[in-house]
Ligand binder design. Structure first.
Ligand SMILES: NC(=O)c1ccc[n+]([C@@H]2O[C@H](COP(=O)([O-])OP(=O)(O)OC[C@H]3O[C@@H](n4cnc5c(N)ncnc54)[C@H](O)[C@@H]3O)[C@@H](O)[C@H]2O)c1
Length: 477
């Protein structure tokens, strides 16, 4: 069986790489010719751990190639995987423009039976639209309108651990509808994922609509857990409790589990924000409300401001003359993805309030630069006060505060004494709860996490020197 993957972004490239690693002959197509040229030259246009090595290995062995040519790509695959973007439209609904454009292209090039597998995250009913678009093109060409089947196979990989997630899935959701091609489609999907079902069956078979909705339900559930914990953290801050203890206390309950219970400065990325919005929008279009998911979004929007609020409590709303260091730009570690990253909101606020910002991220600086230029379109003047530096310590020179936005591993155990010596004021506002508040207190660093029982930065006047700040902290403790 040969595979074509349409869309060579985070999902498409990982899917193509992993399937080629499992021995399939894969063609990856993208309409972005510059991206395809980069891939043909042996480079990878995105950062995803292990992806470059896997692609080059399989490329060298002739199992994967890249093209922008639809004729060649559709001819190649018995299975055509759709993995193009489904960004949020103005009204929050999923924009199906890319998916339906791919469907039409498939219809224009299809000559024999193909199984179309939709991996993009799409609202319920999209498979019907994809079918209609392909059939329309086939009829135009005087061909049988049912020379294909469409199945739903939502993707659950996480950026930063995408290869591992793809190669060791918790489950594989496959939605197939009854009809002419049902048995054949089921057999092909079974063959596609046979490697993952050897030890025990991981595929969860269902109908297409249920599969489409499963993806949204999964992301909405995970986003809700994060927003829930952020609300608990904010309450813990006020009540003098520590959310980290609470996280462990509830995570140990098997019914709850430990994942996605970390409080912080909000979630971002290409999935949770747009998928929760799309779910709310789908419900609205059908006269339903998604009260929990709507609240999840609202809490997250508010949470992205939490470090700014705290900084303003210390320094006032006018940050001109302040130098703020930012560690981490990507929406999470091990990726360069800046889509909906909370750092964009935070840096935007810092710059608009007059601060000078010195930021460091090990892989996302370039993406961040583009993303912030996009955000500031029309008035890029404030961006003149933003510098991206080559290492985390450089960002601290003369800084009035450090804001931690992404929990990169090498931020876990920094040299705090050296940090303190570099900063004008040793104040750390930690949006990812990386550090031990007591340990930093002992070192004379004013520190505040999210929901960590240390009100220091909320209550002190920033003009006072650090040893005074530490006295406030000891009073609070
Ligand atoms: N990124 C994730 O972590 C993740 C995880 C699970 C599911 N998803 C879903 O998978 C889908 C793809 O996400 P992504 O992050 O890989 O997107 P992406 O933006 O990284 O990649 C999409 C690619 O599709 C290409 N494309 C768009 N229209 C095309 C067309 N007509 N023909 C050929 N190529 C076309 C774009 O040029 C781009 O390279 C989305 O629906 C997303 O919600 C993403």
């Amino acid at each position: 069986m040969r595979i074509t993957v349409v869309g060579s972004g985070y999902v498409g490239l990982v899917t193509g790489a992993c399937l080629s690693d499992l021995g399939f002959k894969v063609v990856c197509l993208d309409k972005d010719e510059s991206k395809i040229r980069v891939l043909q030259d042996g480079e990878v246009p995105i950062y995803e751990p292990g992806l470059k090595e896997m692609l080059s290995r399989n490329r060298a062995d002739g199992r994967i190639r890249f093209t922008s040519n639809y004729t060649e790509a559709i001819e190649h695959g018995d299975i055509i995987v759709i993995a193009v973007g489904t960004p949020a439209s103005e009204d929050g609904s999923a924009d199906l423009g890319h998916v339906l454009s791919v469907a039409s292209s498939i219809g224009r090039h299809l000559k024999s039976f193909k199984l179309v597998v939709n991996k993009s995250t799409v609202p319920v009913g999209t498979a019907d639209k994809v079918r209609a678009a392909i059939s329309h093109e086939l009829v135009q060409r005087g061909m049988l309108p049912d020379l294909f089947d469409v199945v739903s196979n939502p993707e659950f990989l996480k950026e930063g651990a995408a290869i591992d997630d793809f190669m060791r899935p918790d489950r594989i959701v496959v939605g197939i509808d009854e009809g002419l091609h049902h048995a054949r489609s089921k057999r092909m999907m079974g063959d596609l994922y046979a490697s993952f079902n050897r030890h025990h069956a991981r595929t969860v078979w269902m109908d297409v609509r249920s599969a489409e909705l499963t993806k949204y339900a999964a992301n909405a559930m995970l986003a809700t857990r994060i927003s829930f914990m952020n609300e608990i953290a904010n309450l813990a801050d006020v009540l003098g409790a520590d959310v980290d203890h609470i996280r462990r206390g509830i995570g140990a309950d098997n019914r709850i589990g430990h994942s996605f219970l970390y409080a912080g400065c909000g979630y971002g990325g290409s999935c949770f924000p747009k998928d929760t919005q799309a779910l709310v929008s789908t419900a609205r279009a059908h006269g339903q409300q998604m009260a929990v998911v709507s609240a999840t979004e609202q809490v997250n929007e508010r949470q992205k401001m939490i470090l700014i609020d705290r900084l303003m409590q210390c320094m006032g709303a006018d940050l001109s003359g302040r130098k703020i260091a930012v560690w981490g730009l990507a929406f999470k570690p091990n990726t360069d993805d800046m889509r909906e990253a909370p750092s964009r909101v935070v840096i935007g606020q810092l710059l608009m309030r007059g601060a000078t910002v010195c930021a460091y991220d090990p892989v996302a600086a370039q993406e961040a630069f583009h993303a912030l230029h996009f955000d500031f379109a029309g008035n890029t003047k404030p961006l003149e006060r933003l510098t991206m530096v080559a290492n985390e310590m450089q960002a601290l020179e003369g800084a009035d505060a450090l804001l931690i936005m992404t929990e990169w591993k090498h931020f876990h155990n920094p040299d705090f004494s050296a940090m303190k010596a570099l900063m004008r004021t040793a104040l750390i506002l930690d949006g990812r709860n990386l550090y031990n508040p007591e340990a930093l207190c002992d070192l004379g660093i004013a520190y505040q996490g999210v929901g960590r029982r240390n009100h220091l930065a909320q209550t002190v006047s920033f003009e006072r020197p650090v040893h005074d700040l530490m006295e406030d902290l000891s009073v609070l403790d």
